[in-house]
Design a protein around this ligand. Structure first.
Ligand SMILES: NC(=O)C1=CN([C@@H]2O[C@H](COP(=O)(O)OP(=O)(O)OC[C@H]3O[C@@H](n4cnc5c(N)ncnc54)[C@H](O)[C@@H]3O)[C@@H](O)[C@H]2O)C=CC1
Ligand SMILES: O=C([O-])CC(=O)C(=O)O
Length: 358
C-alpha cells in the first residue's frame, strides 16, 4: 500500500511538471510545479539579482550567464514582454540560482524587493545612422520609471545601468534617487565594461598577445569621443606608434557603431555586451562578498575631473564604489582627447539632469 502511494505521489509530481498550472507561468518560470509537490529547495547561499529588460537582446544572454554564476542564489527576470518564456527556458538550467519571471509594470515591485544587485539593459537600441543620444527620448523615461521602482523597493541595491545613452541615463538615475531621498552615489554605476573588453581585444590583436593578458583603462564616458582609452597605461607596459594609437583609439571609440552597422538594422551589440555585463556584475558581487582588490572602470559620480560624473578605474567593496582612482599621467594625445571628451560629456550629463528637474 505504502509503495503504491509513493508511486502515485511521484506520478502526480511529474504530471504537474508536464502540465504546469497556467496561473503560475507568468510569475515563476522555475516553479511550474505546485509548491506542495516540490521537495525543499536547497536554496544555495548567494546574492539576489534582478535584470530589468531581461527578455531583450542583451537581457536573454545576460540572464543565461547570471544563472551560471555561483554567487547568485535568486535571479529575477523583469520585462514588459516575453518574460514567462525566457524564465521557463532559463529555469531548466541545472545551476544553483532560483529563477523567477515578472511581467509588466504591476510586477516591478515584486521583481525588485529584496535585491542586492539590479542590472538594467531595458530600452531601445540603435539602428545604423543613429547616435546613442538619439535613444534619449525613449530610454530616459524607461530608466526614470525603473529607478523610481528601485528607490521604493530596494534602495540599498547596487545598480548597474546599461541602457543608453549611459552618459545621460546615469545622471537621470541619480536625480530620481535624490528626489526619493535614497541617493547613495556609491551604489550607482554606469556600465562601460564593453569599452574595456573591446580595448583589451583590439590592443591584444595589435600586440600579438592573448586578450586575457591585456588590461586597458578606458575613461570618460560611453559614446564616441567620450570613450577615452589610455593606451599609455596599458598593462603589460608597451608602446605604440602614432599610427597604431590613432587606429586603436578610433576603433575603440567606434566599436559600438561597427556592430550596429554589421547588424544592419537588427540592433546593436548584445552578446559581447552580455559578456561584459556579467564580467562587471560578477566584480560587483565579489566586492559585495568582501573580496579585496576588485577594480574596474565604470561611469560614476566622481571628482576626478570638474564634471559630476566620469568613468575611471574604481575600487569596489561591500558598499559599492569605495575608491575612485585618479587618471594618472596622460600623454599629449590623451590630454587633447580628455578635453574633447569632457566637452561632450558636460552636455550629455546636463541633458540627463534637466530631464528629471524640468
Ligand atoms: N552600456 C553599454 O555598453 C551598452 C548599452 N546598450 C544599450 O542597452 C539597451 C538594450 O539593448 P538591447 O538589449 O539590444 O535592446 P532590445 O530591444 O533587444 O531589448 C530591450 C528590452 O527592454 C525591454 N523594455 C522596454 N521598455 C521597458 C520597460 N519600461 N521596462 C522593462 N523593460 C523594458 C524591451 O521589452 C526589450 O525586451 C539599449 O539602450 C542599448 O543601446 C547596448 C550595448 C552596449
Ligand atoms: O553602440 C551602441 O549603440 C550600443 C553600445 O553602447 C555599444 O555597443 O557600445
Amino acid at each position: 500500500m505504502q509503495a503504491s502511494a509513493d508511486v502515485n505521489q511521484r506520478i502526480a509530481r511529474i504530471s504537474a511538471h508536464i502540465n504546469p498550472p497556467t496561473d503560475n507561468l507568468q510569475m515563476e518560470g522555475s516553479s511550474n510545479l505546485k509548491r506542495e509537490n516540490c521537495r525543499a529547495k536547497g536554496g544555495s547561499p548567494g546574492f539576489k539579482v534582478a535584470i530589468l529588460g531581461a527578455a531583450g537582446g542583451i537581457g536573454q544572454p545576460l540572464a543565461m550567464l547570471m544563472k551560471m554564476n555561483p554567487l547568485v542564489s535568486v535571479l529575477h527576470l523583469y520585462d514588459v514582454v516575453n518574460t514567462p518564456g525566457v524564465t521557463a527556458d532559463i529555469s531548466h538550467m541545472d545551476t544553483g540560482a532560483v529563477v523567477r519571471g515578472f511581467l509588466g509594470q504591476q510586477q516591478l515591485g515584486d521583481a525588485l524587493t529584496g535585491m542586492d544587485l539590479v542590472i538594467i539593459p531595458a530600452g531601445v537600441p540603435r539602428k545604423p545612422g543613429m547616435t546613442r543620444d538619439d535613444l534619449f527620448n525613449i530610454n530616459a523615461g524607461i530608466v526614470r520609471t525603473l529607478c523610481e521602482g528601485i528607490s521604493k523597493c530596494c534602495p540599498k541595491a547596487i545598480v548597474n545601468l546599461i541602457s543608453n545613452p549611459v552618459n545621460s541615463t546615469v545622471p537621470i538615475a541619480a536625480e530620481v534617487f535624490k528626489n526619493a531621498n535614497t541617493y547613495d552615489p556609491r551604489l550607482l554605476l554606469g556600465v562601460t565594461m564593453l569599452d574595456v573588453v573591446r580595448a583589451n581585444t583590439f590592443v591584444a590583436e595589435v600586440l600579438g598577445l592573448d586578450p586575457r593578458d591585456v588590461d586597458v583603462p578606458v575613461v570618460g564616458g560611453h559614446a564616441g569621443v567620450t570613450i577615452l582609452p589610455l593606451l599609455s597605461q596599458v598593462k603589460p607596459p608597451c608602446s605604440f606608434t602614432q599610427e597604431e594609437t590613432e587606429y586603436l583609439t578610433s576603433r575603440i571609440q567606434n566599436g559600438g557603431t561597427e556592430v550596429v552597422e554589421a547588424k544592419a538594422g537588427a540592433g546593436s551589440a548584445t552578446l559581447s555586451m552580455a559578456y561584459a555585463a556579467v564580467k562587471f556584475a560578477d566584480a560587483c558581487l565579489h566586492a559585495l562578498r568582501g573580496d579585496a582588490g576588485v577594480v574596474q572602470c565604470a561611469f560614476v559620480s566622481s571628482q576626478v575631473t570638474e564634471l559630476p560624473f566620469f568613468a575611471s578605474r574604481v575600487r569596489l567593496g561591500r558598499n559599492g564604489v569605495e575608491e575612485i582612482y585618479p587618471l594618472g599621467p596622460l600623454n599629449e594625445y590623451e590630454r587633447v582627447g580628455l578635453e574633447k571628451a569632457k566637452k561632450e560629456l558636460a552636455g550629455s550629463i546636463e541633458k540627463g539632469v534637466s530631464f528629471v528637474r524640468k
